[in-house]
Design a protein around this ligand. Sequence first.
Ligand SMILES: [Zn+2]
Length: 464
Amino acid sequence: MNKFYITTAIDYTNDVIHIGHAYQKILSDALARYHRLIGDKTYFLTGTDEHGQKVEKAAKAEGIEPKAFTDRIAAADQAEWDTLNISYDRFIRTTDEDHKKFVQEFWLKVKSAGDIYPEKYEGLYCESCESYLDESELINGKCPFHPTKEPQKIQEENYFFRLSKYQEFLEKYIEENKDFVIPENKRKEILTFVKSGLKDFSISRQNVKWGIPVPDDPKHTIYVWFDALLNYLTYGVEKNCWPADVHVLGKDNLRFHSVYWPAMLKSAGYELPKTVFVHDFISLNGQKISKSLGNIIRPKELVDQFGIDGVRYFFLRFGPLASDIDISFDRIKEVYNSDLANGLGNLVARVSKLCQNSKLEFVAPEITIENFPEYNKLLENFQVNTALDFVWEIISQADKYIENHRPWELSGNDLKEVLTKLVEEIRKISLLLNPFLPETAKKIEQQFKGPKVKSELSLFPRLS
Ligand SMILES: [Zn+2]
């Protein structure tokens, strides 16, 4: 049996997640469900990143302890993911005891490899990224991801990680392993960054109390990024499923995952993840979704309007999201009505009605996922949108078949033949929809498992 270990980025707990985070989780969920469907032993990890200054401040503003604060946010995040049927195997929190212990052990491994040393640091720092900024990456003197925030000048003694030692290794590794970072434009981007020269980076803080203490120098806490990246390994080592087959993440996390993270792993003697799969961002009505812009929408609000599978379908339609895209409620409704209400929903309703009226019985044929090599290949390569095209092609062919054969005018063996063919197509569709629209797939399967096929309520009522 193959194993498949997939992770999402873990969300920062200074606020509850919003739909800007939803794409990545739905995409990862579809891939995890696909691998379960083909029989892989699948491990799907998501969770929350809970330490650091921003959380410390947000908790203080409410006058509560950071842990009480993150307990609330983590529970709310988890509820949002449950609303979207995200089938994670573990929801890891960086405040979990096993993780904290693992991070400290890992620190000591890196230290004994000679890759941690103390040094005075002076430089610019973006509080929102919780990351130091290099002069070269500033845009108009500001963080590229936080153009409205003034970077802070910071001076303190920190522990540093000897990233520069891995310069040659990383350059060669990223150059030779074409699948290590996808898509290709992101691999090129990161290769250019590595070639420009890697500097050691700070991995501890003195003035941030809300963090995991450095094991042999507890007046320092471990830098939130160093701590957070390790969540993948905490679970991977525990379940014996390391290395990750794929880390799914947004482009703002690219550098941490494809440069810092592999160097940390190499230092401590662990294998590298097989693939870092990077996506761009989704904006709403032409604006980046963010708290400061006040255009936050939680996944649940969308689910209330379009249903779980309506929301999942819409996001998955964007596939690997290789560039930024803009969405609007009108657009979601349009796609819902055309593809789900008129497309899939209408086909299932028509065929089930014809079958019920015919009073015929339909024996379930053996359909297995191995029968669809093209579909399998697409999903092995994360092409969820094209895999959906493949399914929707079957839907449109079935529609054409109905128009051409006009089953409502047939009887006897002719009718049986036409309906049997249609029932088979719908059983295929329900099998292939499993990773994307799990609830819908299950409903169709129930309806069409035979021998009798019953007409049921519409799967996707048309929205006006
Ligand atoms: Zn920033």
